[in-house]
Design a protein around this ligand. Structure first.
Ligand SMILES: O=C(O)C1=C[C@@H](OP(=O)(O)O)[C@@H](O)[C@H](O)C1
Ligand SMILES: C=C(OP(=O)(O)O)C(=O)O
Length: 437
């Protein structure tokens, strides 16, 4: 399905933020790694969180759910021996479960999104699991991947943090279950470092003890630990909400988004600071962000690694700012659902934006007068590209059509419902091309 975005000068209304994708995937996982029954309140419902549920069921977790919660009876350190797992297009789910699958004799992760997840690199995790005695078949570090596990060994493990923090998170979930103690050393830089804070927070809530160095580059993990069955409550999602807030910033608006904790460990809460730096009128109190946009924005310079999943929304806002904005330290955006630098900027240019790329940087020469629009956008299977181009479409002169916009469901299936509730002119229409699924 495509979405037609028609210019919309004004947004108004209140929304409850959707539930966090990253916390939902983590709580589901730690609940499955416990032996008792855990309850997760307000879990996210999206393709990625569904992928985690489906795979954990396949691995032997017993899952029941109603409108507000999920209960999970876990398999502890003994997952059922499955032959095949399908994570859809979910990178974090794949990487976390590659580690857990090493507790099974042989599991193949299939390649159902050859043009998206199928292109993403997993070499660094493959190398680290190799040090633990796990043999892995793969296609040059990519899917399909077969894990020949059984008895992974702890000890000294090194993992590169250059490409993704998810490889380190995966090892932090696995190592407490091993018979030996482990010491994990992160090599090179650690990208998306803030996300590790979310992993450590959830592990602690699940009763796991990990000694982390202050710079998050070294870890001591005692073996033979047990995940405790617990009750968890999922907080609001900043990465998805960043797109709604940026939409409010580029229009005349009076928008309130509730359920966004000021003290969240989600780095993407920086959207609030960045919009403030761009001089968008807003407040953030008692978990509510209130944007009273006037469409006027000032350019900004920002280290995007601190808020990796909100950068595309920030860039979309910068398209309409006065002056030149620079988002730096963002090379790992190239290794996501698409190349979120080259592919994304190509789509922005089509819509009329003036943008430049460097290997690790996005530069935006703002056009406060607006952009032309009137084009078709390739979604590149990427929910965040879809959300960001929608923001641009709201302030374009002519409508834009986002092809295969249904991929927004990877993290935010009700994104367009939410925007419509605020008065945005966004309509689903039948696809006019079929080259993407
Ligand atoms: O651990 C996680 O749940 C995630 C980590 C981040 O990835 P990288 O560490 O690859 O940047 C983020 O972009 C992704 O959406 C979710
Ligand atoms: C990159 C993302 O997710 P993942 O890496 O889990 O596929 C994302 O949600 O933007």
């Amino acid at each position: 399905m495509d979405v037609l975005v028609t210019p919309t000068p004004q947004l108004k209304g209140e929304l409850q933020a959707l539930s966090s994708k990253n916390y939902t995937t983590r709580y589901l996982l730690v609940a499955a790694l416990a032996e008792g029954t855990s309850t997760i309140y307000y879990p996210a419902h999206s393709e990625d969180s569904d992928a985690m549920r489906r795979c954990l069921r396949d691995l032997g977790a017993v899952i029941e759910e109603d409108d507000e919660k999920i209960t999970i009876t876990g398999f502890g350190s003994k997952p059922r021996h499955v032959n095949e797992l399908n994570v859809g297009n979910a990178g974090a789910v794949l990487r976390f479960l590659m580690a857990i699958a090493s507790l099974c004799p042989e599991v193949t992760f299939v390649n159902t999104y050859p043009d998206s997840l199928g292109k993403r690199p997993h070499d660094d995790l493959i190398t680290a699991l190799g040090q633990m005695g796990v043999k892995i078949d793969h296609r040059e570090g990519k899917l399909p991947i077969t894990i020949h596990g059984g008895a992974p060994k702890g000890g000294k493990i090194q993992v590169s943090g250059n490409v993704s923090s998810q490889f380190l998170s995966a090892l932090l979930f696995l190592t407490p279950l091993l018979p030996e103690d482990s010491e994990i050393e992160v090599l090179h830089d650690l990208k998306s470092k803030v996300v590790i804070g979310q992993t450590l927070e959830v592990l602690e809530q699940a009763g796991i003890v990990i000694e982390a160095s202050e710079d998050l580059m070294n870890y001591k993990v005692a073996g033979n630990q047990k995940y405790k069955a617990q009750q968890y409550s999922v907080q609001g999602d900043y990465p998805g909400s960043a797109a709604v807030l940026a939409a409010a910033a580029v229009t005349r608006s009076d928008v309130k988004l509730h359920r966004l904790a000021e003290n969240s460990k989600q780095g993407e809460r920086a959207i609030v600071d960045v919009l403030r730096m761009m001089e968008t009128p807003l407040t953030h109190t008692n978990g509510t962000v209130h944007v009273q946009g006037n469409g006027k924005l000032k350019a900004v310079e920002f280290d995007g690694d601190a808020a990796t999943d909100a950068v595309l929304a920030m860039v979309a806002a910068a398209v309409f700012a006065e002056g030149t904005s620079r988002f730096y330290n963002v090379e790992n955006l190239r290794y996501k659902e698409c190349d979120r630098i080259t592919d994304y900027l190509n789509e922005l240019r089509k819509a009329g934006a003036n943008v430049e790329e460097r290997q690790a940087e996005i530069i935006v020469h703002g056009r406060p007068e607006g952009v032309e629009g009137g084009v078709e956008i390739n979604a590149h299977y990427d929910h965040r590209v879809i959300m960001a181009l929608t923001i641009v479409g709201l302030r374009a002169q002519k409508p834009i059509r986002i092809l295969d916009a249904h991929h927004v469901a990877k993290s935010y299936p009700i994104y367009f419902d939410h925007l419509k509730a605020l008065g945005a002119n966004v309509e689903w229409t039948q696809s006019i091309q079929t080259s993407q699924s």
